[in-house]
Ligand binder design. Structure first.
Ligand code: PMV
Length: 328
């Protein structure tokens, strides 16, 4: 069995605006997806996963090469994750020149699905890395990030930035602007994540922002202003000015809210964090439901979120310096 892991991420700044060419700064966090693969004698793809969500939901899925499950899986999010694996393996077949390669794939993940923490990118990066290596091909990190991006692009029907996949492949804090992706320095950040137990529909949320932006010039200005926040945030990161980062995160959340991608539970976690004295708080990822990220070096935000109705899980996240990891 060939195994790789890859980290999830939070957006410090810039989700949604990144879709329109503005810069974004995602940071990899120490919550990982681990994928093991075993080449098969036939062209079939079988995927097994026992823990694709935090609440212990258990599923065994057997997929065929055309992506259609041959057992019924009620959980649509898990189904969606399996769609990513199917496409990741299609990329592996192409890059290795082995169109008939089949695999048994095992996935373990401690990243909640569809919640803004880059679960699909982490699964895709780890799957492409493990499956290519299993066929004797070593991709560079840049090639791996590219194949993972192509996977997301195909599954999300052309609506994907390079942010999640690049960040998961390389680790650390990164800056993404169009096709320009690079590592940047970041201080140790006191990240607290709150999770409402839900998930957002990335495609619908991205489409909603696009519609607003087409209809109202002030919505287009809002997207451009998020870009300004990101540029200011880069300076704060370089200076190690965590208080300023917090203020900018608050501002970024306000603008995302104006674009209609926050929600009651995300807003209530953001406000609970702020009232507990966090330096700043914002939703992370597509929004709708899922996770917020707050900056707080004290235990206050964790305590406040732990007792907040509607917050299902709260944890501290370390920055993951290492991206894809080759496991024994
Ligand atoms: O929720 P996530 O982790 O899939 O992030 C989506 C981020 C968007 O900017 C809304 C879309 C994208 O592909 O960048």
């Amino acid at each position: 069995m060939t195994r790789s892991s890859a980290p999830g991420k939070i957006y410090l700044f810039g989700e949604h605006a990144v879709v329109y060419g503005e810069p974004a700064v995602p940071c990899a966090i120490e919550r990982r997806a681990r994928v093991g693969v075993e080449p098969r004698d036939d062209a079939t793809l079988r995927v097994h996963s026992d823990d694709l969500s935090l609440d212990g939901f258990t599923v065994e899925y057997a997929g065929s090469t055309d992506g259609k499950p041959d057992i019924d899986v009620a959980e649509s999010l898990v189904d969606a994750a399996m769609g990513y694996v199917d496409e990741a393996i299609a990329q592996v077949r192409e890059v290795t020149g082995e169109p008939d390669a089949g695999f048994d794939v095992t996935i373990e993940s401690d990243i909640p699905l569809g919640a803004g923490l880059g679960s699909s990118a982490a699964v895709v990066v780890a799957a492409v890395d493990a499956a290519t290596r299993a066929l004797g091909v070593e991709l560079s990190t840049a090639e791996l990030a590219e194949r993972a991006y192509q996977t997301e692009l195909a599954v999300q029907e052309g609506q994907a930035s390079r942010a999640d996949t690049f960040c998961s492949a390389t680790g650390g804090a990164v800056r993404v602007e169009g096709s320009d992706c690079r590592a940047i320095d970041a201080p140790d950040l006191p990240l607290v994540i709150g999770f409402d137990g839900g998930a957002g529909d990335t495609g619908a949320l991205v489409a909603g922002v696009r519609q607003l932006r087409d209809e109202y010039s002030f919505a287009a200005d809002t997207v451009a202003s998020i870009g300004d926040i990101v540029r200011q945030g880069e300076t704060a990161l370089a200076d190690g000015d965590v208080a300023e980062l917090g203020r900018l995160m608050d501002f970024n959340h306000g603008l995302l809210s104006a674009l209609g991608v926050s929600g009651r539970s995300l807003d209530s976690m953001v406000w609970a964090a702020r009232e507990a004295g966090a330096l700043g708080a914002k939703l992370t990822g597509a929004g709708g439901g899922g996770c917020i990220v707050a900056l707080d070096p004290t235990p206050e935000t964790e305590t406040a979120l732990r007792y907040l109705p509607g917050c299902e899980d709260v944890f501290r996240a370390e920055l993951a310096d290492e991206g894809v990891r080759r496991l024994e």
